[in-house]
Design a protein around this ligand. Structure first.
Ligand SMILES: *Cc1c(COP(=O)(O)O)cnc(C)c1O
Length: 384
């Protein structure tokens, strides 16, 4: 029996769809603008190595990760590439005293988010004896990471403040880009333009996926989409612009015919009006199936949309398959839990969460299959 057949559920990741989404995003940009890719958190749960190699084969040369370890892993994935294809990997969380050596080791470019991080990177540049590349992050409305506009301005107006640093990119992050009409978008755009003007000739980047969809005013010299590469809609108003990337399928483990007023699952949730037939499926919150889908999720069995009934437990969910005759939902029948008619944004809404969380929580027990994977190239004289 194959591993796939034994597995309680399978997760299929379509890298050709990731590539198509990348091309779609890149086509939205003007001819001069670079389309980078955000592959933090293991490419939103889908696998930074296979996703990174696929995007690199698609011509992507600029990647963003969150942590230095993610950066090192990605560099390790790319280091077999021909030297001409070496990509720039930006680390969003920036350097610390403990991590600077690893930046050098992995040819990683830090995003400098504070005057403290600038000082750390300058000290390291002095020790290294040459100017070091970095991105400068100015906060225009997130109040999360980045230099305050005041600190950024001071820095820009002090000739020696960036000694040892060669700025590769000036960036900021949009707070409300998923709502195109939100007034903060225009405000952040105006503020960013004014602040970036302190560094003429340095590439500018403001747009995440939603910002990329918002239009050319937000694109500057580089866009940094993440979520749209992986299929979900970046805007709260859904347009279904991007190709679906993941599909999760499982099989019915057991079917129970219920005599009312029996209850279902932990907490003894009463069946509203009473399901008469309940199918148990071997996927639960340990697999990342959100517990928030208790009594609110849905799946597809034999082409019919059926609701989750009762609470999601660690390893199991229960579906109300009463609309189907028993012959169409026997043990072993296929269940579609995500994708292929179960839209990830709709499911996230039902769970009271966002697509990002569903993706990054995908569990380790699925049998994972990649469609369209790119083989790593044979070992060449890469950077390390
Ligand atoms: C995560 C992240 C992105 C990508 O955002 P998406 O909404 O997934 O496109 C871009 N920029 C920064 C700074 C981020 O943290």
């Amino acid at each position: 029996m194959t591993v796939a057949a034994r597995a309680g559920a399978t997760l299929t990741i379509n890298l050709d769809a990731v590539a198509a989404n990348y091309r779609k995003l890149r086509a939205m940009l003007g001819p001069g603008a670079i389309c980078a890719a955000v592959v933090k958190a293991n490419a939103y749960g889908l696998g930074a190595a296979p996703v990174g190699l696929k995007l690199e084969a698609e011509g992507c040369r600029h990647f963003f990760v969150a942590t230095v370890d993610e950066g090192l892993a990605l560099r390790h994935t790319f280091e077999d590439a021909a030297p001409s294809a070496v990509s720039e990997i930006f680390v969003l969380s920036g350097p610390s005293d403990a991590s600077v050596d690893y930046f050098a080791h992995g040819w990683l470019t830090p995003v400098l988010n504070s005057t403290e991080q600038i000082a750390i990177w300058q000290r390291f540049a002095r020790e290294t004896g040459r100017p070091l590349a970095a991105a400068l992050h100015v906060d225009t409305g997130m109040s999360r990471l980045g230099l305050t506009p005041a600190d950024f301005t001071k820095l820009a107006e002090t000739p020696t403040a960036l000694d040892g640093i060669s700025p590769r990119l000036v960036m900021s992050h949009l707070a409300c880009a998923d709502e195109p009409d939100h007034p903060l978008n225009r405000q952040q755009l105006t503020d960013f333009q004014a602040l970036a003007a302190y560094f003429p000739g340095v590439a500018r980047s403001l747009a995440n996926s939603a910002g990329t969809v918002l239009g050319s005013a937000f694109h500057f010299e580089m866009a940094r989409p993440g979520i749209a590469l992986y299929g979900p809609d970046p805007l709260t108003k859904r347009t279904r612009k991007f190709s679906e990337v993941i599909v999760i399928k499982s099989k019915i483990l057991q079917v129970r015919e219920i005599d009312l007023p029996q209850t279902v699952g932990y907490g003894a949730t009463p069946g509203a009006g009473g399901p008469t037939r309940v199918a148990t499926v071997p996927v639960g919150y340990a697999d990342g199936y959100p517990r928030g889908l208790s009594n609110s999720g849905f799946a597809i069995v034999d082409g019919v949309r059926v609701p989750v009934v009762g609470r999601v437990s660690m390893d199991l969910i229960t579906l109300d398959v009463s609309p189907l005759p028993a012959s169409r939902c026997p043990p072993g029948a296929e269940v579609t839990l995500l994708g292929d008619g179960v839209n990830i944004d709709d499911l996230a809404d039902a769970a009271g969460t966002i697509s990002y969380e569903i993706l990054t929580h995908l569990g380790q027990r699925y049998h994972r299959t990649y469609i369209g994977a790119v083989d790593p190239r044979p070992r060449g004289p890469g950077p390390r």
